[in-house]
Design a protein around this ligand. Sequence first.
Ligand code: TXA
Ligand code: MG
Length: 312
Amino acid sequence: MSPEEVQDANVAGAVAALRQGGLVILPTETVYGLAADAANPGAVARIYEAKGRPSFNPLIAHVADLAAAERVAALDERARRLAEAFWPGPLTLVAPIRDSGAVCDLARAGLDTVAVRVPGHPLAQAVLRAFGGPVVAPSANRSGRPSPTTHADAVAETGFAAEVALEGGPCAVGLESTVVAVLDGPVRLLRPGGVTRAQIAAQVGPLADAEADAKRSPGRLTLHYAPDAPVRLNAAGAAPGEAFLGFGPACADDGLNLSPAGDLRQAATRLFAYLRAADRRRPTGIAVAPIPDEGLGEAINDRLRRAAGFVG
Ligand code: TXA
Ligand code: MG
């Protein structure tokens, strides 16, 4: 997005809506979010309601920079190292809450920790700087559905509940942020995402196992990111009536190949949009080719397993 396009966007309208307790569809580099003033319990309640999200699943507080994050959360040396390496960008840190008024209890689902991230999208940055305080923003899908990676998909999901829906183009990453807990003990991976496990390990050493800790990341429900049609993984091809999401040169380049060249970054960008596109064909199911589990493939396979309804 060019500086002129940021200039032309309705940032002032979005900030006014947030100040009045309204909701805003906010583009980020990962996925589109449904944003509210993190300090306003009434506004936060509207997010849970619009998404149909269980209130035990806490939200991520978005802030403009590391200094703003440190006002909200107690970041230790490891957290600061990760922030300096990956912010602004697709990394969320879970750390002890420092200012429980700035990110209200409802937004944290009553936990004594807070998830905080600095998004890189220029429109998200403009809104956060103009607003001043933390903004909670879950993905703008209704609970359990694929995350929206375009303005049109976000509006189709939760636009009915938003005062302002900012257009920020297609999301560059296409998968949600990586969520890591930096509390007592080793750094733990709670949700794989746009920053890979290896990238994080290069900063703070090997990560503790994510799935052993799944209960501590309450958002990890069984059926999540799911289109309407049932999803079948590691498929060699489509059965009659199924749509097929391919990957790599061995699969047809038919408009639903996540990356004919076998590029995981490209596949990540396309994943949610292609699940939606496959769904629109009203298939009996969606079959998906095997995706390698390395790098961004870990997050892609995590979303696909959840879309297929497997416990992570
Ligand atoms: O990329 C993203 O992170 C997007 C964009 C909009 O920023 N947001 C997003 O939010 O994916 P959401 O609400 O869909 O996912 C937030 C995840 C959930 O799995 C939630 O359980 C976890 O973060 N989470 C939030 N606060 C937490 C906490 N205090 N402890 C553990 N997990 C937490
Ligand atoms: Mg989500």
